[in-house]
Write a protein that binds this ligand. Structure first.
Ligand SMILES: Cc1ncc(COP(=O)(O)O)c(C=O)c1O
Length: 373
């Protein structure tokens, strides 16, 4: 095993895809995090986390279906419903666990799963674990999706998309996909990890499409991006929630979300409702980033600059870090087209001066670098 581990590490090094866990540096310009609304350091969220710890303890201490459900979980689920307009919510310990729980609880031999080509790894894993017959639909291809729905032999079908895709940041046509699902008696699962807090004045793309109370649409969310906390949720009908409480293994066999994370996320929902200007600032900063880098603006907070090889992306990110600017790297296997990219987050709390500084620096570095076409 030790030889194999060493050989695997050598292969990763050759391919330029080594990932590291490094503590965050203090005084840097952060264009890498997913704290889209700048809420992770908001004093109101921090205070809500402290209150939750004082009331409920530092850990939930058990599964939600044993003794691990606390009042703060119900508060969070209520606030998520108020924010997104969805009738019911169930909090999980991460967005990954929410996706696993939902798709495995819906899947099986009688459920065809049709998944968009660009969905997140957590959804891919969830579809695999569900043991459903499944098929990958070319990215955003409504014609193929309709054809597969019409031709299905299984009694049930689940279509899986993201409202704003995590890598390219493009938006799905949620209305059109939901219409097809309704016509073909399929359930639509929309992962709003990058949509809630960003699209639809922060209420998400499903809300913006007028589908907040649609029974044939289920939403998954993470609490760890725009909501500045940690955890995940499924948002849907009361019947779906009840089904998940009883069958979703990543809910039942997992300790409940930590009270501090639940309290902070509940406060984040209230803040988003009352401060829509934060959400507008993400769009403004995304436009400034895209214009400054001369790239097409993506729909969400994440903008990306193609740079070609993973080695080059890592090298540029390291140089930028040395100059005090943190950016992310999209490298295989995270990029569906294999083209590595610098990943930049248009956080609401970045100033135009900071964005000008960062884009200037990136442009200077790119101009000194031969980027493969
Ligand atoms: C589209 C999507 N879904 C789910 C997740 C997982 O969320 P979490 O980090 O809360 O597990 C992510 C996180 O990167 C994501 O981008």
């Amino acid at each position: 095993m030790q030889d194999w581990l060493a050989a695997q590490a050598r292969v990763r090094a050759q391919r330029g895809i080594i990932r590291r866990t490094v503590p965050r540096a203090g005084a840097v310009l952060d264009l890498a995090s997913n704290d889209y609304l700048g809420l992770a350091t908001d004093p109101r969220l921090q205070a809500a986390a402290v209150v939750a710890v004082e009331r409920h303890g530092t850990g939930a201490r058990a599964s939600r279906v044993v003794t691990g459900t606390h009042a703060v979980h119900e508060e969070l689920e209520g606030e998520l419903c108020a924010l997104t307009g969805r009738p019911a919510a169930l909090a999980f310990s991460s967005g990954y666990a929410a996706n696993l729980g939902l798709l495995t609880a819906l899947g099986g031999p009688g459920t065809l799963m049709l998944t968009d080509e660009h969905i997140h790894a957590s959804l891919i894993d969830a579809a695999r674990l569900s043991r459903s017959p499944s098929e990958v639909i070319p990215h955003g291809d409504l014609a193929v999706l309709e054809q597969r729905l019409a031709a299905r032999s299984q009694p049930r079908a689940v279509v899986v998309i993201e409202s704003i895709y995590s890598v390219f940041g493009d938006a799905a046509d949620v209305s059109a996909v939901a219409r097809l699902c309704a016509e073909h008696d399929a359930l639509l699962v929309v992962d709003e990890a990058h949509g809630i807090g960003v699209a639809g004045h922060g209420r998400g793309a499903v809300y913006a499409a007028g589908l907040a109370s649609a029974e044939h649409v289920a939403v998954t969310a993470t609490l760890s991006k725009a909501l500045g906390s940690q955890g995940g949720a499924v948002l849907g009908s009361p019947a779906l929630r009840e089904h998940l409480v009883n069958t979703a293994r990543s809910f039942i066999f997992d300790t409940g979300l930590a009270p501090a994370a639940a309290g902070a996320a509940a406060q984040a929902c209230r803040t988003i409702v009352h401060e829509p200007e934060r959400v507008a600032a993400v769009g403004r900063n995304a436009a400034l980033l895209a214009a400054g880098l001369d790239i097409e603006q993506a729909a969400g907070a994440v903008q990306s600059v193609p740079v070609g090889s993973p080695q080059l992306a890592a090298e540029l990110a390291a140089k930028l870090e040395d100059a005090g600017v943190l950016v992310g790297c999209f490298r295989p296997p995270s990029v569906p087209d294999g083209i590595s990219r610098l990943r930049l987050t248009a956080r609401a709390d970045l100033t135009p001066e900071q964005l000008r500084y960062a884009t200037g620096l990136i442009n200077t570095m790119l101009s000194r670098t031969e980027v493969p076409a």
